[in-house]
Design a protein around this ligand. Structure first.
Ligand code: ADP
Ligand code: MG
Length: 529
């Protein structure tokens, strides 16, 4: 019966409605066509609303250690192909791995920050599969004794706080890279990345939308940057993500069959892939079909997911077994305490500091916290000025827009925190108006970063006169020039103040301090004697 009704709905929508649109759209008034489309969209929406999307993520974070996970080869990104390789990276017979101590420390750092249990005897396993750019024929990873277990990450979506539980975090090595687009006849292989340490963070299936996945990855990326364990650079592949997606009718507690989308390389693509995949699965189910558990890939050009393997090949058999060449790593309480003591400050702690010590709003604090280097820059400005609010305004408005427009990061910014503090000081001392500082001096200053702001403001003829004596003389002149207007003002036409201000500014060439001029004008005009 259920199958029948599903089929019926599908029939109406795919056959009758589509034909209605294409066939009648030329004959019926636009409004009718519009109404039909609206009904179709509503039906479609209602159909989507019956289901809940369930998502679990496996996020791979590349660690920024100097050397690889199990040998001393450099782990740095961007070198000429096959220059960071030794006999171990190339998996020559007889070579032996050694665990990179720093990679263990970074894993513990992340585990502590996420509230995981740290495994005291963590072990390595072999995951066997053939892959052209993985010369060993297996990946050294962790299966039975991952380094961190449990834990959680809190995210905020649509103003609501949500906790995403973690299943575990394990340490493993990356594979090399196959390059297919340089030589038309051959695939080329670069083994620089083979053996670079990765942490894989595996969540419980607690996420419910593409948006939540987007926020989760964003928060995780922020965290690993604050912890200084990864550069979090998604363009360079430092964070990659497998998205497991299933759907189920709302209210159902059993999980549906999932599909796994491999190797998604940005937050935005994770969101797009999840939203597409959920709709695809709903379509299949609504048509009375079933979901096969399969591995899919996301085509970012068209925004679709595609099955990459035949279904038989989707059943993995990795034949995991304990890595015989590495002994278990035993972590003592003292060791874990030391890692805890040396932890860099976490975003939440810094947020509190920004609000309590520097008096910033929730909004300003959040904008600064998006980028760890922004926070450092902010704190350096405040070494040179006590106007904390202005420092935040400069960073979150003027500097941030400039950086965005020019596609720069704050560490590529030409001006020093001291120069920004200097500008703030000039505004505070009424030497320069805020508008002149941000709209005239700043754009010139970034072009000539070695010039002093004061000198530049002088050259641009923007320095304000704040000397009350000389402004008073000017104000007196203007008042004497318009005796009728003065009378009118004193008879109640207070709006004329604007006209007087305009005259004073004009006569001074825009260089008197408006606050001082305004105050003097009021005093003189209101004083009827
Ligand atoms: P595997 O070992 O095959 O990768 P796991 O059971 O370890 O599978 O799960 C991997 C990821 O898939 C986890 O993030 C988990 O939360 C998620 N997951 C598992 N089952 C489902 C499901 N039915 N729907 C959505 N996500 C799922
Ligand atoms: Mg998996």
């Amino acid at each position: 019966m259920l199958r029948h009704s599903a089929y019926f709905t599908a029939l109406i929508e795919t056959k009758i409605f589509r034909r209605t649109f294409t066939f009648y759209s030329f004959h019926v008034p636009k409004s009718v066509n519009f109404a039909l489309r609206l009904i179709y969209s509503l039906l479609h929406f209602a159909r989507l609303m019956k289901y809940e999307t369930v998502i679990g993520l496996e996020v791979h974070v590349q660690l920024n250690t100097k050397s690889k996970a199990f040998c001393g080869d450099a782990a740095a990104y961007g070198a000429a192909p096959n220059t960071h390789i030794s006999a171990i990276s190339m998996a020559h017979p007889g070579t032996l791995p050694r665990v990179n101590e720093r990679a263990i420390e970074y894993a513990v750092r992340l585990g502590l920050a996420l509230g995981c249990d740290i495994t005291r005897d963590t072990r390595f396993d072999r995951k066997n599969y053939f892959y052209a750019d993985s010369p060993k024929g297996f990946q050294t990873t962790q299966d039975s004794h991952p380094i961190c277990v449990g834990g959680k990450l809190d995210i905020e979506v649509g103003g609501e706080q949500k906790t995403i539980r973690l299943h575990h975090i394990h340490l493993e090595e990356d594979a090399g890279k196959s390059i297919h687009d340089i030589n038309p006849k051959h695939s080329l292989i670069d083994l620089n990345r083979a053996g670079v340490p990765l942490l894989e963070i595996v969540t419980e299936p607690d996420l419910r939308s593409g948006e939540e996945a987007y926020v989760f990855i964003t928060e995780l990326r922020k965290l690993v940057r604050y912890l200084d364990i990864s550069d979090g650079n998604m363009q360079e592949g430092s964070i990659r993500c497998d998205c497991n997606i299933s759907i189920r009718p709302k209210g159902e507690t059993k999980l549906g069959t999932r599909c796994e989308i491999k190797n998604v390389n940005s937050m935005r693509n994770a969101k797009r892939a999840i939203e597409y995949e959920a709709k695809r699965q709903i379509k299949v189910i609504e048509k009375g079909g079933t979901i096969d558990q399969e591995t899919r890939s996301f085509d970012a050009q068209v925004g679709h997911t595609n099955n990459v393997l035949r279904s038989k090949e989707n059943a993995h058999d990795y034949r995991y077994f304990p890595e015989p060449d590495l002994s278990p790593v035993l972590l003592t309480d003292e060791y874990i305490d030391t890692v805890q003591k040396n932890m860099p400050k976490l975003p939440n702690e810094i947020k509190q500091e920004l609000q309590l010590v520097y008096g910033l709003s929730d909004y300003d604090a959040n904008v600064l916290l998006e980028d760890k280097d922004m926070v450092f820059f902010y704190k350096e400005i405040t070494q040179h000025t006590k106007n904390y609010k202005a420092a935040a305004n400069w960073l979150t408005n003027v500097i941030k827009s400039y950086l965005n427009e020019n596609n720069l990061s704050i560490d590529q910014f030409a001006l020093s925190p001291k120069t920004i503090a200097n500008l703030i000081g000039m505004v505070d001392d009424n030497k320069l108006s805020n508008a002149a500082a941000s709209q005239k001096v700043f754009p010139e200053l970034v072009k000539q970063p070695d010039t002093s702001p004061l000198e530049l403001a002088g050259q641009l003829n923007l320095l304000q006169d704040s000397d009350a004596g000389s402004i008073e003389a000017l104000v007196d002149r203007i008042i004497a020039k318009f005796p009728d207007k003065v009378k009118a003002y004193r008879n109640g036409k207070k709006g004329l103040l604007g006209m007087f201000m305009g005259e004073v500014m004009k006569a001074s060439g825009g260089k008197v301090n408006p606050k001082v001029a305004n105050q003097l004008l009021r005093e003189k005009l209101d004083n009827k004697t």
